[in-house]
Write a protein of this length. Structure first.
Length: 140
């Protein structure tokens, strides 16, 4: 039988989950990309999705970072990631630099992952100042 992995060990190494899952999902995205425009076949083919839910400070952000393989979410604040985040990982040529993009800032690429963290924090602060209590969707 295969080697058993302790889930806590896997989460302590951000690249371990991402290294095994991301290439598989990226390959599926490549295969199904031609049908993403819609049609009957598209309605029958669903790519994998993950929802991470839990109580405050239970490790949701750590799970997301382990899947991505990068540190990019706010840390050390009361409620760091209060709003939903939708992450879409794409397979790019190895020589291309990794980057993130937000739907609310189309075309602006963030190559420094600490800037991604800052954008999430700034957006959270804007929501707090507006005191709407309604989270806005942010995509990365």
């Amino acid at each position: 039988m295969g080697q058993q992995v302790n889930p806590k060990d896997a989460l302590s190494k951000p690249s371990s989950i991402g290294s095994s899952v991301i290439p598989i999902i990226n390959k599926l995205q490549d295969i199904f990309a031609p049908i993403n425009g819609g049609g009957e076949l598209h309605s029958r083919v669903q790519l994998p999705q993950v929802a991470v839910v839990g109580s405050q400070s239970s490790g949701k952000s750590s799970v997301l970072e382990a899947l991505v393989g990068r540190d990019f979410l706010p840390r050390g604040c009361d409620i760091c990631t209060r709003r939903p985040l939708v992450l879409q990982l794409e397979n790019r040529p190895a020589e291309e630099r990794e980057w993130g993009e937000f739907r609310h800032l189309p075309g602006k690429r963030f190559y420094d992952f600490s800037q991604i963290r800052r954008e999430i924090q700034d957006s959270r602060e804007q929501d707090r100042k507006s005191n709407l209590g309604i989270p806005r969707h942010k995509d990365l």
